[in-house]
Design a protein around this ligand. Structure first.
Ligand code: ADP
Ligand code: ZN
Length: 739
């Protein structure tokens, strides 16, 4: 008999993938439920009930191990009332699991991490205008607040008291009062408020000719409904956002969904405003700052096809879109697309996989493409759309290095005379300046002047960082924090601690001494703690309530401030220290980004890079504005060493609370390391972060030729020398971090 995939009651055995680190799907009996692949179900597991997804309705396949006997199968308890998980997402999950060597259930967990969305949505009380007096409220005392509420509800759909109150800028009691007076009528509504449809025909800015050409390619790709990777490669300020908005418009016209991935969703306040002015409303959002109710609303809306456009952090890639028409990866080069904990995946790469599975285009937008991406474009695998000029009259900023060996700052200061002078001039001209220093807190290191002891985290191999903002010492790698001690833990000397080196807080002191009247804002993840703080910061800069911004990488990207004409990079060499595979590439990217904040409108912009290595290829390329030359050199040296993108890497990180156990497991792995043409294994060696959150860490690095079956090699290898129970092994394919 032929088994049908539809809702056929003849299927008795189903395979259910559970969001747990298990080998694969488990068999269950369908019982009386009509089940199809993709259905969300509740099933018993030991004494618990867990939510899973029907992965397959077929009976046991060839090659399966001995199937569980029919009478031993436990039964599916409930089928959750939701559209099934789309097949393209199920295939993506399998693909990511196979690629990263993670358990499929661990990948599924990234989709099912919003348990509240899988429960029936709560009932809401919504309000509409009643029929008394034709809804005019003629019989009651009318106030401006009441009138605004009535106006909003007269024109739109029923809304909750809090939503109307917010829209009308009144308190909820006004709404309740109107209900009591009989003017408004309360009714129950199932589910969350839907997301409105962005309007592709909303009036928009006119595109320049180059922008229009790029936009046409993007729209055509969306209309073609086939897989294509488009590299939207345009200098900072080129208007890449405006260009890919046209792709979104094309998808909206086709009633298809768009997913936009951004590296730091908390920093997209200005982006959201631009979206609103292009499409009339804000899109759905997905990020870790969402409250539990908002998360449920977004997840369910996606699952039910009610989120036409969603912008999100990397985890949005695993949302259950059924009708995607376009994926955009903004700032594709950004290393925050790489997740290191848990399933080690790169959301940029997996977005390309999802697009391929869904047969849709994906746009990679950036001013500083990663080497991987540029090589793919050069080899013709990606469509390369180039915009080499800023939009309108804005020119590119002038970038200059300051040689710190010949123009050093005074002792215990960090600004060279040249940069100080530029700062004074900029502020005198009524313009704004940004000083970039990628170091949070006051000082990166605190030491005892009596004995030289350095204050270190007890759980990590890392210095404690002084934060005057919170007047504590913090570890930036774990949660550890303590008050500044009076006494040195080593020599017991009192009050002998000295701060070494600058963080943004300390730099602010220096700038304040230089320009006592200037209004300074210190910006890092410590001060920009959420969307509200960021919105307020942007407003203050836009309203010129701030003269000098001092910030870490949180201010390096995305922002567009017309008055900002000077960028000073306080320590341009910082990212080059350590020298991992991408140190030069990453430094080039972030310094291009931060320089690109200067002079974004008609006032010219200047960026100064303070460096002790003005001859370094990165500094030379930045000063010459010659990205392509830099990428070519970087590419050549990677090619010679067969490093990515010309070869492939996998990192193996062993960690344990027991140092000897980790070392021993490392030696055991090394002994059974794979050999063969072009295969090289480095290590075991203590990781640069040899102690992290109380765990001792040993690393091995495997380098293989591009075409080598890296997953199979790793699997065979690990099977030969599995680590003992007290040692955890993390495999990271295409690693970004070498700590
Ligand atoms: P990029 O992302 O390439 O750095 P943006 O998309 O942020 O550049 O654009 C830079 C600035 O130029 C933004 O303020 C944007 O609103 C403006 N801009 C870009 N294109 C246009 C256009 N065609 N008309 C008007 N303003 C534009
Ligand atoms: Zn720590």
């Amino acid at each position: 008999m032929q088994l049908e995939m539809g809702k056929s009651p003849t299927i008795s055995r189903v395979k259910v993938l559970l969001p747990l680190p298990l080998a694969g799907p488990y068999d269950y009996a369908a019982g009386a439920h009509a089940l199809s692949p993709g259905d969300y179900v509740r099933v018993p597991l030991g004494p618990r009930t867990v939510t899973g997804v029907i992965w397959d309705c077929d009976a046991a396949e060839a090659g399966d191990k001995e199937p569980v006997a029919e009478h031993k199968l436990r039964e599916v308890e409930t089928r959750i009332d939701l559209p099934p998980m789309p097949e393209t997402l199920r295939r993506l999950i399998d693909w990511v699991a196979a690629y990263t060597l993670a358990a499929p259930g661990a990948v599924l967990k990234m989709t099912l991490n919003t348990p509240q969305a899988l429960k029936p949505p709560p009932m809401r009380t919504v309000y509409r205008v009643g029929d008394v007096d034709g809804g005019t409220g003629a019989a009651i005392r009318m106030t401006p607040a009441r009138q605004r509420v009535l106006d909003i509800l007269a024109d739109g759909p029923p809304q909750t008291a809090s939503a109307v109150a917010e829209a009308a800028a009144v308190s909820s009691s006004v709404v309740k009062g109107l209900e009591k007076a009989g003017v408004l009528i309360a009714q129950k509504s199932k589910g969350d408020a839907p997301f409105a449809m962005p309007d592709p025909g909303h009036p928009r800015a006119e595109l320049s000719e180059v922008q229009q050409t790029a936009a046409d390619s993007v729209s055509a790709a969306v209309q073609k409904k086939s897989f294509e990777v488009l590299l939207l490669d345009g200098v900072t300020g080129a208007g890449k956002t405006e260009v890919y908005f046209e792709g979104i418009a094309a998808a909206l016209e086709l009633k298809r969904e768009t997913l936009i991935l951004v590296p730091e969703i908390a920093l997209t306040v200005q982006w959201l405003e631009r979206f609103e002015s292009r499409f009339g409303i804000r899109p759905a959002e997905w990020h870790s700052d969402l409250g539990s109710g908002e998360r449920r609303r977004a997840w369910r809306a996606v699952a039910e096809g009610g989120a036409p456009v969603l912008v999100g952090a990397r985890s949005a890639l695993f949302l259950p879109f059924a009708n995607l028409g376009l994926i955009v990866v903004d700032e594709e080069h950004d290393s925050s697309y790489k997740q290191e904990d848990g399933v080690a995946y790169n959301a940029r790469d997996m977005a390309i996989v999802r697009a391929r599975e869904a047969e849709i285009p994906v746009i990679l937008a950036t001013a500083t493409p990663s080497l991987e991406t540029i090589v793919n474009a050069e080899q013709g695998r990606y469509t390369h759309l180039k915009i080499s000029e800023r939009h309108g009259d804005a020119g590119m900023p002038h970038v200059e290095t300051i040689d710190m060996r010949t123009d050093p700052p005074p002792s215990q200061s960090w600004l060279s005379p040249q940069l100080s002078m530029a700062l004074l001039k900029t502020i005198a001209a009524g313009e704004q300046a940004l000083l970039f220093l990628n170091r949070r807190g006051y000082a990166p290191l605190t030491l005892c002047r009596a004995c030289g002891h350095r204050l270190q985290c007890p759980n990590c191999q890392a210095w404690l960082v002084e934060h005057r903002h919170s007047s504590r010492l913090h570890c930036h790698h774990c949660d550890y924090a303590q008050a500044m001690p009076r006494e040195c833990p080593s020599c017991k000397a009192e009050d002998k601690f000295a701060a070494c080196g600058p963080g943004v807080e300390r730099l602010a002191e220096e700038v304040h001494a230089l320009l006592p009247d200037a209004r300074i804002a210190v910006l890092s993840s410590d001060t920009l703690t959420g969307p509200v703080a960021i919105e307020e910061f942007i407003r203050r800069v836009e309203d010129h309530e701030v003269d000098i911004l001092i910030g870490t990488q949180v201010v390096a990207k995305g922002h567009h401030f017309p008055l900002l004409t000077l960028v000073g990079v306080v320590d341009a060499d910082l990212g080059l220290a350590g020298g991992d595979l991408r140190a030069a590439e990453r430094t080039f990217q972030i310094l291009s980004q931060v320089s690109g904040r200067a002079g974004r409108e008609t006032r010219g912009g200047v960026a100064y890079l303070q460096t002790y290595m003005p001859d370094h290829p990165v500094m030379q390329a930045l000063a010459a504005g010659d990205r392509d030359q830099f990428l070519a050199c970087e590419g050549d040296s990677r090619k010679q060493l067969a490093l990515p993108p010309y070869g492939r890497l996998a990192a193996l990180i062993l960690s344990s609370e027991n140092e000897a156990a980790a070392r021993q497991a490392g030696r055991a792995l090394a002994r059974s390391a794979p050999t063969g043409d072009g295969i090289m294994v480095l290590g075991p060696a203590p990781a640069p972060m040899a102690l992290l959150r109380g765990r001792h860490r040993i690393r091995l690095l495997m380098k293989v030729p591009r075409a080598a079956p890296i997953q199979r090699l790793l699997q065979d290898w690990v099977t030969k020398a599995p680590p003992p129970r007290n040692v955890r092994l993390q495999i990271d394919i295409d690693p970004y971090s070498f700590n």
